[in-house]
Write a protein that binds this ligand. Structure first.
Ligand code: UN1
Length: 495
């Protein structure tokens, strides 16, 4: 019998109002049911909003350093249970244990950074233009925060959003991806254990249409933070504009790594393998395009194909595994479709291109690491986000062409160049259109205390991580204190 899990609404663990449920299965072995979760709907969202609203006053009046101390405790508990959480995360979504441990660690780092922010949340004091008057800006919470998260970083991404929301004094409604409800449940249990007051956090399981949409539409939700596809992000943005909600969107990518003739090829090879096939290519920051300069093209491609063929697919809990499965059947179909598209577009498939169902992988959503060479910028496999282990390689003659090919995309999340030419490195930092640029490192490798996000259709200008995310979760209140004892008319009495 698989275990039944619940929502957390109004300070209690409860089933969906409709009593409907959904199953969560292990993508490495679809016969294994991880748990059964509530398939919630609009009424559950409404109850969660009511609960969060009730909690708001007490939470906003709790001193920010005290809120930060609770988040610190969450970090301590995550540290103690890192390994258990990581193992369950691998069972739940398939990526290898090293990566799920990293995912929890990203949450821990985010907790400690957020805890310290509780003792900053700086405002400004500014001189007044009038005598005996004091001017300042202070930071206040925004209100009820709706948090919608993906399955590829089931711990890290919720912590990127929920910790700053809480530290800034906002109660939270958390709608996790329906592919990773277990990690989300564990996270909420830990929030409560660490001392987040009952109604301040609310967890509502279920899909985008049933839970996400009513959350975005609800007039009493003041902000939405979403990580997911560009298509869904655009819909959220439109819907939220009806109630003028504040929205932070972290969307798709078609990230590229450039390898110049002068690069350290061994290093560039390690980078692209990790960037393209880590998390089975299912990251917004995955390396989906590789741009290689002429002079080393043949040599580098030989190295790459050889190394990709040696990657071991399998159960992420086993130490010998390099690459786990795709998250679900739909995602594997998408990958199969893009491989067909690449073939029809006459790109050259140099390795991969098949479902992998050998041995212990027969009941999982595995797909071979796949590389297309001779890809040109107008092909769909050079333009569209695939979210799987498929790498498109483009050959260029010069540095200028490499940058122009890299920028030729509607997305702008992460980017990378391998070169030993310091001038080129600095030109890259200046000219590449992306929110994140790595010099001699792969397209993945975010750190919790640095801003994370992208330009163009990757987002709407906000950043997660680091100091910038705290702007999103606070309003600025401008305060004037006149201690002159008389009416002082700005712009009039002083001129
Ligand atoms: C994402 O791809 O959805 O460094 C987030 C990185 C990861 C975070 C990626 N730690 O790219």
């Amino acid at each position: 019998m698989s275990k039944n899990y619940q929502n957390y609404i109004g300070g209690e663990w409860v089933d969906a109002r409709s009593d409907e449920t959904f199953e969560n299965r292990n993508p490495t072995n679809w016969d294994e049911v991880i748990g059964v979760f509530p398939n919630s709907g609009k009424e559950d969202v409404a109850a969660a909003v009511k609960s969060a609203r009730e909690a708001f006053d007490a939470w906003r009046l709790t001193p920010a350093p005290v809120r930060g101390n609770i988040v610190k405790k969450v970090g301590d508990i995550l540290t103690e249970r890192k390994d258990d959480i990581a193992r369950n995360m691998t069972r739940e979504m398939g990526k290898i244990l090293d990566e799920t441990r990293g995912d929890v660690q990203e949450g821990i780092d985010t907790a400690y950074y957020a805890a310290s922010e509780g003792r900053r949340l700086f405002g400004h004091t500014v001189p007044s233009e009038l005598p005996n008057k004091f001017n300042m800006s202070v930071r206040t919470p925004v209100g009820v925060a709706g948090i919608i998260t993906p399955w590829n970083f089931p711990m890290a991404i919720p912590t990127w959003k929920i910790f700053p929301a809480l530290v800034c004094g906002n109660p939270v409604i958390f709608k996790p991806a329906s592919d990773t409800p277990l990690t989300a449940t564990t996270f909420v249990e830990i929030l409560l254990e660490a001392g987040v007051p009952p109604k301040v956090v609310n967890l509502v399981h279920g899909g985008g249409r049933r839970v996400g949409v009513p959350l975005v539409e609800h007039p009493d939700v003041n902000l939405i933070s979403f990580t997911g596809s560009t298509a869904v992000g655009k819909t959220i943005s439109k819907t939220a504009s009806d109630s003028l909600k504040r929205v932070s969107l972290e969307l798709g990518g078609k990230n590229a790594q450039i390898v110049m003739d002068d690069a350290n090829l061994e290093l560039a090879l390690e980078g692209v393998l990790w960037g393209a096939f880590g998390t089975t290519g299912q990251r917004c920051t995955a390396t989906s395009r590789l741009i290689v300069q002429d002079g080393i093209y043949n040599k580098f491609m030989d190295m790459l194909v050889d190394a990709a063929q040696n990657l071991k697919l399998g159960d992420g809990l086993k130490s010998e595994t390099d690459v786990g499965p795709l998250i679900n059947e739909g995602q594997r179909q998408t990958v199969e479709e893009y491989v067909e598209i690449g073939q029809k577009e006459c790109a050259t498939m140099v390795t991969g291109g098949n479902i992998y169902d050998k041995g212990a992988c027969k009941n999982g959503w595995f797909y071979e690491p796949t590389i297309f060479a001779d890809v040109t910028p107008e092909m769909r496999i050079a333009k569209e986000e695939i979210f799987g282990p498929v790498l498109s390689v483009l050959r260029v003659k010069s540095f200028e062409e490499a940058v122009s090919v890299l920028n030729n995309t509607k997305y702008g999340l992460s980017s990378s160049i391998y070169t030993n030419d310091v001038n080129r490195a600095f030109q890259t930092m200046r000219d590449i259109e992306a929110g994140i640029t790595y010099i001699n490192g792969p397209t993945i490798g975010a750190e919790a205390h640095m801003p994370f996000g992208g330009v163009k259709e990757t987002g709407n200008g906000h950043r997660e991580g680091g100091w910038e995310v705290y702007e999103f979760y606070t309003e600025t209140k401008t305060v004037f204190v006149d201690y002159s004892g008389k009416l002082q008319r700005a712009q009039i009495d002083n001129y």
